[in-house]
Design a protein. Sequence first.
Length: 281
Amino acid sequence: MLLLIDAGNTRIKWALAGSATETSPGTAVASGAWIASGAVTHDAIAQLGAAWQAWPVDRVLVSNVAGAGIAAQLRTQLHWLAGPGIPPPVTWFKSTAAVAGVRNGYREPHRLGCDRLAALVGARALLPERALIVATCGTATTVDALDATGLFIGGMILPGPGTMAASLAQRTAQLPPVLQAPPAAAAPPILFADNTEAAIRSGCLAAQAGAIERAIAAHGGAHCLLSGGGAAWVAPYLEAGFTVVDNLVLTGLHAVAMARADLSEFNDTTGALPPAGPRPC
């Protein structure tokens, strides 16, 4: 059984999937086709080991962009998988020049955040041979362009919806914090708001949608896959065609594991630490 882990800047998502011999090709990368799954915030990471211990995990694949501290805590939780025997092998996914049908067009391929590459692989697996915009709205929002041949052309990074709103609250004396939690239901967009809270919400979400729609237009009207914790906020502001996909990074990790039995090429042997220099993004 395969344990997939997406350690992001705010939450850690995980899913359990069957191995290549247990999963049919048609369902191997279907979004949400997991045996079990869950998510915790960083402060609840100690709950993970007990949740995983009940499953016969024989392989682990991790995308970590949350830094060395979270990597160390995850390693502690993964020891729960050992039971009376040897822990299963753990691969700390890193970006490379090509993987699972996606070619990495970054000037320095290893500098691309591993979560972004995994999301691109997931998008390609779900909608093969299509030009796509992959927009992930989390602590940061990334908007990436993938062509129909599987080439990642490049992308953009901007503050996520909550980060954008929080920066206003932190740097101004009288503006309140908003967008601190996703909406319970998609609310109709209000562009010209008649109160301060709604005006901040409108401005931040219109900026998110504007960046995504500009990317869609520049990429020939490509279909957009929208993911991340802020997707529910942004979706009502988008007019171009899009599909919301939960857990796109986990879907991509699953596709990588299904495509390659030997993952050593993609393993960050430094122990899930970023390469020397600026953090990959």
